[in-house]
Design a protein. Structure first.
Length: 112
């Protein structure tokens, strides 16, 4: 699992090659749009956590997923229906969120 910077985005549903995954598009540091598949979502203490994987890595068994968390939008252009997420950078929060996804689920392996 990896970490990165803050991004605002819309969540879009895709039906083509992604089966039942919802996707999220995020601008990287070069301004290029990167599409992520949402593998799982959990909520704790009013914060939504998303376990995401770059769409291009869906077939790669060794790919590392990332964790996003919802944040209070500071962008006045966001509407009520839009949510701002950022990659979890704090190590303690990252480990707690990773534990949420592992709870009762042997599909996810946490690497410290």
């Amino acid at each position: 699992m990896s970490k990165d910077d803050k991004h605002d985005h819309d969540i879009d549903e895709e039906d083509d090659d992604l089966d039942e995954y919802e996707t999220i598009s995020i601008l990287d540091e070069d301004g290029e749009e990167v599409e992520f598949a949402i593998l799982d979502a959990k909520e704790k203490d009013g914060v939504t956590y998303l376990l995401v994987l770059e769409v291009e890595d869906l077939d790669d068994d060794d790919a590392e997923a990332s964790i996003l968390h919802s944040v209070k939008p500071d962008d006045e252009e966001l509407t009520e229906d839009e949510v701002a997420f950022e990659f979890v950078e704090d190590e303690d929060e990252f480990n707690q969120a990773a534990a949420l996804f592992q709870e009762g689920n042997d599909e996810y392996e946490l690497e410290k």
